[in-house]
Write a protein that binds this ligand. Structure first.
Ligand code: GLV
Length: 379
């Protein structure tokens, strides 16, 4: 045999990556300090120095999540990896999962659970709809009652309630708005690296409390994924009490360097200051938008995320055209909605390093320019 396929032309040209203002829902711009950390020389994924870095990451996540959970790691993968890890490990085929769906992420969790054979129930609200604690509790009891009946176990509601695990997704909010994993009795919590943490996409912190560990380490079946099996990952992260960490998979070494640095920046700044700062800049952006006559999608200020702001598509404008205009003329990414919110909203994210009033001013100027120069259409 011989080489018949020549080297592709494109591979003989240098890599080109433009600068962009990443003012959408993520990834956000990565500060030089985190970029530099990711550019450090590679070491082996099983070297002792790497274990130290992973131990640091674990402590950084425990701080960011406000948890003392031993079973705290970073996934090799994006937020979706953490989402799948949570479901794959804690749910067995045929078990029930109840998902509060008010947009694409609830839909995704429901689909992931359904794919692995769970019995999925959903409670749905329109995009942006808020579930109160009372509603969640009420629906839990309702579903748990159904489940208990179908399993011929008359008085098991309490037991089921007791056995229920509470999973929370903070991909778009960690570091920008308060979360207290232990104090809020959250059993499983995860986030992504590329939003307010400002690391590149590709790693995802996740933590399981003791109740979640009891459930996932006493399963009858093996989790459907080998890569995301917490029995292996807990060893890789030195959480299982074993003297040796064995080879499971090769973690993203540079991604972990970057994640460590992003967690270090959060620790130096302090959670309270980071939350305060995001709220202040978001408030500034919201006022600027309202002064321009742009409507915010979530009416109640207290329920808005300070990290990603959803705005109602200005009447008569084509949102795709506006986004393209701002990309072309301002080098700036904002995005539309996703899933059920597509065509309803545009999203602006000012997270971590990007969370600055000067950036909010740039967003406002770009939007004003787009409103002036994009044609009004019926679409
Ligand atoms: C992706 O994470 C998004 O929110 O668009």
């Amino acid at each position: 045999s011989s080489v018949t396929i020549p080297p592709p032309e494109c591979m003989l040209r240098p890599l080109e990556v433009p600068f962009r203002y990443l003012f959408g829902p993520g990834p956000s711009n990565v500060p030089p300090r985190i970029l530099a950390a990711g550019g450090r020389a590679i070491i082996g994924h099983l070297h002792p120095e790497m274990y130290e870095i992973m131990n640091d990451i674990k402590k950084g996540i425990q701080y960011a999540f406000q948890t003392q959970n031993n079973m705290t790691i970073a996934m090799s993968g994006s937020g979706h990896a953490a989402m799948e890890c949570a479901i794959f490990n804690t749910v067995e085929p045929g078990e029930s999962v109840l998902v509060a769906v008010n947009g694409i992420w609830g839909e995704r969790v429901a689909e992931i659970a359904e794919r692995m054979g769970a019995n999925v129930h959903i409670m749905v609200k329109a995009p942006g709809g808020i579930f109160s604690n009372e509603e969640i509790e009420k629906v839990f009891v309702l579903y748990l009652h159904c489940i208990s009946l179908s399993s011929h176990n008359d008085d098991s509601s309490f037991k089921f309630k007791h056995n229920t695990l509470f999973l929370v997704d903070t991909v778009a909010s960690l570091g920008a708005s308060p979360i207290f994993m232990d104090q809020q009795n959250i059993d499983i919590l995860y986030t992504g690296s590329q939003k307010a943490l400002n690391a590149p996409p590709g790693t995802a912190p996740i933590s399981f409390n003791e109740r979640a560990c009891q459930k996932m380490f006493n399963r009858k079946t093996k989790p459907v994924s080998y890569l995301f099996d917490m029995a292996h990952l807990s060893n890789y992260w030195g959480n299982d009490g074993q003297p040796a960490r064995l080879y499971h998979h090769t973690g993203p070494v540079s991604g972990f360097f970057s994640l460590r640095e992003s967690l270090a920046i959060l620790a130096e700044k302090g959670l309270e200051e980071s939350w305060r700062h995001h709220r202040e800049v978001a408030g500034y952006l919201w006022k600027g938008l309202e002064d321009m006559g742009i409507k915010l999608f979530i009416q109640n200020k207290d329920l808005r995320l300070p990290s990603v702001t959803t705005i109602v598509i200005p009447e008569g404008y084509n949102w795709r055209e506006m986004l393209q205009y701002m990309m072309k003329h301002h080098n700036m990414e904002m995005t539309g909605g996703l899933g059920p919110s597509t065509g309803m909203v545009m999203r602006v994210g000012l997270m971590g390093y990007n969370c600055q009033k000067t950036n909010a001013d740039m967003v406002l100027a770009a939007l004003a320019d787009a409103l002036k120069n994009c044609k009004k259409s019926k679409a």
